[in-house]
Design a protein around this ligand. Structure first.
Ligand SMILES: [Zn+2]
Length: 109
């Protein structure tokens, strides 16, 4: 992988860095939240209205795709590239796919 956009010595506004980090964490939470909520939704639908399970599944898929796109466009606070996307590759790792910034490493270096 070659990344021409990495600028490790880039001096950025600390407020912008914090805002981007908060946005990244929020979008990751949304993604994993909507992924995890699948099982409780399907269980509740099976108890209440088993015939509507396919509809509920369809709605969940639509929501999941929207949240996935939204979280895929989260920008890395350090390098400014998409945190979870490198070219056409979308991976929800805990490190930036460009500069290897970890999601727990929220100190600006
Ligand atoms: Zn990065």
């Amino acid at each position: 992988m070659e990344d021409k956009n990495i600028q490790p010595d880039q001096q950025e506004d600390p407020a912008l860095y914090k805002a981007r980090f908060a946005q990244l964490l929020k979008r990751r939470k949304m993604f994993f939240g909507s992924l995890i909520i699948y099982i409780p939704i399907m269980w509740v639908m099976q108890q209440l209205a088993p015939k509507s399970m396919l509809t509920a599944f369809g709605i969940w898929v639509v929501i999941m795709v929207a949240v996935m796109l939204y979280s895929a466009l989260a920008v890395c606070p350090r390098c400014g590239n998409y945190f979870h996307m490198n070219g056409m590759t979308l991976l929800y790792f805990r490190k930036c796919l460009h500069c290897q910034l970890h999601v727990k490493d929220n100190k600006q270096s």
